[in-house]
Write a protein that binds this ligand. Structure first.
Ligand SMILES: Nc1ncnc2c1ncn2[C@@H]1O[C@H](COP(=O)(O)OP(=O)(O)OP(=O)(O)O)[C@@H](O)[C@H]1O
Length: 797
């Protein structure tokens, strides 16, 4: 038996149900769930019918009818998408409130909330008119309890045997309102809520109530389902004194039961088991900066993603309109979290790894630690701004042009003077090409007048337009003021002479050498993750040359044949095209930064450029940091990005991922580096201690340990190696259940989770970088169930 402790859990209360009663309770909940699905089917049909009706209006033909039709089709289509989303476990919670808690203030929806949401297919409880337009989607107010639910016994008549819930607000029996909580809100035919959306204010007590502060909740029930079938229930009796006689309490540990389940290849949503401290961070004010800290496995990523879903619900116009950007450390991580938001019904969120923030780059390679430190430092912004102003390598040192038989000539000094004049005031170089050409034409004209006399020379405008079209002049401009791409200028730093010039007074000789050597491979290897913010910086400094207009495909061409379309189809298509954001979009309404402890100063600048008008959610854990540059500089860069926005800070304290045994190993390691560190508490004990294998021959030992882990766990297995040996180790375990096993390097393991983890040569992970101990701490805290280490050296332990 595992030791199961729930952070919000009271001591076992009287009234715990035996197995026969559990089956009755499940059957009662099943009846409510059946009603919900039946209602969902009806609403879906209505949604489809209203979409069809919308199309029908067009036949009336006049303009007002077309506008009405567009609006109707738009809303109906959105509602249908929402209803069609994945509805596994549609209803997952139930609250039994005290009679006095009926109509609690937070169950009411305000007029403003209605205004905000009505257009989004979510109707308020208090406004039946809203339900007409958008169907039966509920955000607040009491859920209609199934009068039959709990009819297995009669409260009061049959204490200890009956479920004490005869329905909502049954004052006669001394019972309070019942609210069902689910993934979406649904309303019954009489507009009373059948299920309340988890993000609605009325659902908040489901996450926030504790025995100390029950918020009017007597019993919180988690309903587990497979598809439409209720498979289990788990209760927390939060206010035993307020519990009516006969109220049943079932199960022991909804959260722990959930945590014990095997992990799939992607992260899953935690909507049914969000804990109070997490809920506070999720519902933190929409504006300003929300900072969430906590140790490994405390749910920081989960909180950040659920917060995105919450924000989209609370103010869809602002956040869906402006867009939400989620930045994670690696593509492996982005793939891992990609499913969470769609499972919450939100699929219009931009997820990016730090290596793919710049259009057209998909960097996955990390630079060696020392180089990463240089490239991440704010000093690079000054190095790059010098480079961005410099002449390109094959700049011509003179311009010769024959005009009416006379040679006009601008020498290197004259050209340098012109360049300095154009660049004074720090314009973006690519943006002032035309201006530079104008200065050259001016200088040539003045020279022509000087040499030939004014009467023999055309007027300035004619001279300029004729000369500008001459092949020699065009060729000269291409060489003297080329359109520069960021990658061209970054490549200049591979030249030691240039690198020295740009870095003077900023980087040491050793740093310059390392930088030069690293960038020598830029053309062949492509940019590293640490090069990406440098490219972004250069993009900003150079200005983007105007791109040729994108040809948009005709959305109505199918297999070369144009479909017959209606006015509404065309309006909908152009609306969708207008909503499509450009690749280099920078005006997000909300930006989430995960694993923020690893974001370098230059990366903060890159993210900040996309968040000028955004509110932020920043999550991280300083103890897991791989960034060990100047802390004052890192703080400065972060503060500059976040600006003066108001900050709200939250700390998460419970580790939901690791078993206690596994986390003890990780904790020991990090405590050696930071004896004073405050660590989270792991909530599960598995009874299985981690295994440490000492060997002389790594390869067979690694293969065998990986095979054992695959046999021991049902879900995923992560093999974590050093950055230098990842490919080698991946070769050792090649062919072992590729659907369940993934090999990553220590940096790629950030944010990841596996059921079984094999850490290969932990001592080498420690030795690989000055922050190696923290990186090993990360690697050792990735497993939910089994941890094995294999190494030739025990010194880390
Ligand atoms: N309230 C919860 N109910 C169920 N599972 C939870 C809850 N909170 C967190 N978890 C689970 O715990 C695991 C860790 O969560 P998450 O990855 O968000 O933690 P983290 O703080 O970002 O971790 P790290 O810093 O180690 O990357 C995930 O599997 C997540 O689903």
């Amino acid at each position: 038996m595992t030791d199961q402790r729930h952070p919000n859990r009271p001591d076992p209360a009287p009234g715990r149900a035996d197995s026969g009663h559990v089956a009755e309770e499940i059957a009662a909940e099943q009846r409510h769930v059946d009603r919900v699905y039946a209602r969902l089917t009806v609403i879906k049909k209505e949604a489809a019918a209203s979409e069809t009706a919308g199309y029908g209006i067009a036949r009336a033909g006049n303009f007002a009818a077309l506008v009405e039709r567009d609006a109707m089709v738009f809303h109906a289509a959105r509602r249908r998408r929402l209803l069609d989303a994945e509805h596994d476990g549609l209803v997952f919670g139930r609250l039994d409130l005290q009679p006095s808690a009926n109509g609690a203030a937070d169950a009411e929806i305000t007029a403003d909330e209605f205004e905000d949401r009505a257009g989004d297919g979510v109707a308020p409880s208090a406004t039946p008119a809203g339900a007409n337009e958008t169907g039966a989607l509920a955000t607040g107010g009491p859920a209609t309890g199934d009068p039959a639910a709990g009819a297995t016994g009669t409260a009061g008549e049959d204490p200890g045997d009956g479920n004490a819930d005869p329905g909502p607000g049954n004052a006669a029996s001394g019972l309070g309102e019942v609210r069902y909580i689910g993934r979406i809100g649904l309303r019954d035919t009489d507009a009373s809520p059948l299920v309340i959306d988890w993000r609605a204010p009325a659902a908040a007590p489901f996450y926030r109530a504790t025995p100390v502060d029950p918020l009017g909740v007597v019993r919180r029930r988690m309903i587990q389902s497979t598809g439409e079938r209720v498979t289990g229930i788990e209760d927390d009796l939060l206010d035993p004194e307020a519990a009516p006689p006969g109220m049943r309490v079932v199960g022991d540990g909804a959260l722990v039961a959930t945590l014990a389940r095997a992990t799939g290849t992607g992260m899953r949503d935690i909507v049914a088991t969000i804990q109070r401290e997490q809920d506070e961070a999720i519902r933190s004010p929409a504006l300003g900066v929300t900072i969430v800290r906590g140790g490994p496995g405390t749910g920081k990523t989960a909180v950040a993603l659920h917060r995105v879903a919450y924000l989209l619900y609370a103010d869809r116009q602002r956040f869906a309109g402006g867009g939400v950007l989620v930045v994670g450390p690696s593509p492996v991580f982005v793939t891992y979290i990609a499913r969470v938001l769609p499972s919450l019904g939100e699929d219009d969120v931009t997820l990016r790894s730090l290596g793919s923030m710049v259009v057209g780059t998909e960097a996955t390679r990390h630079d060696p630690d020392e180089v990463a430190l240089i490239k991440g430092s704010l000093r690079m912004s000054r190095v790059l701004s010098r480079a961005a102003r410099d002449a390109s390598p094959d700049t011509p040192d003179e311009l010769r042009l024959l005009y009416r038989g006379t040679l006009l000539r601008l020498d290197a000094r004259a050209l340098r003077g012109l360049r300095d004049t154009v660049m004074s005031g720090g314009p973006k170089r690519n943006a002032v090409r035309a201006k530079a050409a104008g200065y050259v034409l001016d200088a040539l004209w003045r020279q022509a007048v000087e040499l030939l006399g004014a009467p023999a020379v055309q007027q300035r405008p004619e001279f300029a337009s004729d000369t500008a079209e001459r092949r020699e002049f065009i060729g000269f401009m291409r060489a003297w003021w080329p359109r520069l791409r960021p990658v061209d200028v970054l490549g200049w730093l591979a030249d030691p002479e240039r690198a020295r010039r740009y870095s003077e007074g900023l980087l040491s000789n050793r740093e310059i050498r390392m930088l030069t050597r690293s960038l020598a491979g830029l053309a062949a290897d492509g940019p590293s993750i640490q090069d990406v913010p440098l490219l972004d910086e250069l993009d900003e400094l150079l200005g983007t040359p105007p791109a040729p207009a994108k040809r948009r495909g005709d959305p109505f061409m199918v297999g070369g044949v144009r479909e017959v379309t209606t006015h509404a189809d065309r309006v909908a298509a152009s609306r969708a095209a207008a909503l499509e954001r450009p690749d280099d979009y920078r005006e997000y309404a909300h930006v989430v930064v995960d694993e923020s402890q690893d974001v370098s100063p230059m990366q903060w600048r890159m993210i900040g450029r996309r968040a000028e008008f955004a509110s932020w959610t920043v999550v991280g854990d300083p103890a897991q940091s791989a960034w060990h540059g100047d802390p004052a500089e890192a703080r400065r860069a972060r503060n500059a990005a976040l600006g003066s926005r108001r900050r709200s800070e939250y700390a998460l304290t419970t580790n939901y991922r690791n078993s206690e045994e596994i986390f003890a190993v990780a904790a020991d390691v990090v405590r050696r580096a930071e004896p004073e560190i405050e660590l989270p508490t792991a909530v599960r004990r598995s009874g299985v201690p981690p295994r440490h294998v000492l060997t002389d021959d790594l390869e067979p030992a690694v293969r065998e340990a990986a095979r054992d882990l695959l046999a021991e766990v049902d879900g995923t297995v992560g093999v974590i190696a050093t950055q230098a040996t990842k490919d080698l180790v991946a070769g050792w375990v090649a062919g072992l259940d590729p659907d369940r096993l993934q090999t990553v390097n220590s940096l790629e393991s950030k944010g990841m989770e596996y059921d079984g983890v094999l850490v290969v040569e932990p001592a080498a992970i420690v030795a690989e970088s000055p922050s190696g101990v923290r990186t090993l701490y990360v690697a050792l805290s990735r497993a939910t169930q089994r941890l094995t280490t294999v190494g030739t050296d025990e010194s880390w332990h």
